[in-house]
Design a protein around this ligand. Structure first.
Ligand code: ATP
Length: 325
């Protein structure tokens, strides 16, 4: 390969910038030309690209978001859109593509690569949801979890001062990974997860036991993918039964996506960006660079997309109940 392009796509995630930096510098070190594509697949279709140098990625390690911008792009889902993208890449002499994003991004990359195998593709998992197979962690998950923890610590202060019961909704789509880890870190009294059925009557019993045990505050985390609806719905179902608490709801929302990447996400982004380029240089394609047991591994995009096989750790889920008595 001679010329590679890099893009970020889907939801932004802290750690994308360190990854872009690693891709650009590793590629240039190995005498490749590098093109940055703005706004994900939309930029491929709109020919929104620019040549990058080592200086294009100076001082971005600490930045949240993505300097390449990201987008959700409907036309790339069509054969016509893909053809335009392909022609634009060919016109620039680009023969390899690094895509940083989540499952939708990889689904698009795999389809594209099967249609046009002369352009090698390599994925890097960039999503706060941590919902991909083939990697223990995705970029942004650690930072987002730390952001949630910071918010929960503050909420605990006010909850405690007023004998309040808080229902906090956190992001993660169909994955309860952020909810579970943030909940353990902040001593949540209960965590409602998409991966685990929790009956409302059990939740109420647990909260009543907390009242009985003289807990001055309670925090219930509701993962956004939880089947009961959302934090407001759960609060409504529980309110009448726990009269000693003043019930409040907070939806943390998009603040969870922002912020300077944690040390973990900077290192992960650097490592996976570096590995993605080395993989392409070794002739690999249709793979994702991920971290398994602190080793970088390449997994086929097909494997990485088996999201339904991703499981939360049973022991962590069981531990929550015991540690919150
Ligand atoms: P996150 O997990 O943060 O939401 P994501 O990568 O899953 O990230 P999506 O919006 O689902 O985010 O996907 C990003 C882009 O990938 C889409 O906007 C679209 O351009 C492309 N894409 C998704 N699915 C397909 C598909 N089946 N075929 C072609 N392209 C697709």
């Amino acid at each position: 390969i001679k010329k590679i392009a890099v893009l970020t796509s889907g939801g932004d995630a802290p750690g994308m910038n360190p990854c872009i930096r690693a891709v650009v510098r590793t590629a240039i070190y190995h005498k490749l030309e590098v093109v940055g594509i703005r706004q994900g697949y939309q930029g491929l279709i709109d020919n929104n690209m620019y040549d990058m140098s080592p200086r294009s990625v100076s001082n971005i390690l600490d930045l949240g978001g993505t300097i390449l911008k990201t987008a959700r792009c409907l036309p790339f889902r069509t054969d016509e859109g893909m053809e335009i993208a392909y022609n634009n890449l060919k016109a620039q002499g680009i023969d390899a593509l690094v895509v940083i994003g989540g499952d939708g991004t990889f689904t698009g990359a795999l389809r594209f690569s099967k249609k046009y195998p002369d352009i090698a593709v390599m994925g890097v998992p960039g999503t706060i949801d941590n919902d991909l197979c083939g990697t223990d962690y995705t970029l942004g998950f650690d930072t987002a979890t730390n952001t949630v923890i910071e918010a929960l610590d503050k909420i605990r202060d006010t909850a405690d001062a007023h004998d309040r019961l808080f229902f906090i909704e956190v992001m993660g789509r169909d994955s309860g990974c952020i909810a579970l880890r943030a909940g353990i870190s902040c001593g949540a009294e209960a965590i409602l997860l998409p991966e685990k059925e929790t009956a409302i009557h059990e939740l109420i019993e647990g909260l009543k036991a907390g009242e009985h045990n003289k807990k001055s505050s309670s925090i219930v985390i509701v993962a956004e993918g939880d089947k009961h609806g959302g934090a407001y719905d759960v609060a409504q179902m529980v309110k009448e039964e726990v009269k000693n608490y003043d019930v409040k709801v907070t939806i943390l929302g998009h603040l969870q996506r922002g912020g300077s990447p944690s040390a973990f996400d900077r290192i992960l982004g650097s490592r996976l960006g570096y590995a993605a380029v080395l993989g392409l240089l070794n002739g690999e394609t249709q793979k994702m660079a991920g971290l398994k047991g602190n080793s970088v591994r390449l997994t086929s995009l097909e494997e990485a997309l088996k999201v339904h096989e991703y499981k939360l750790e049973e022991d962590l889920m069981q531990m929550v109940e015991i540690l919150s008595i």
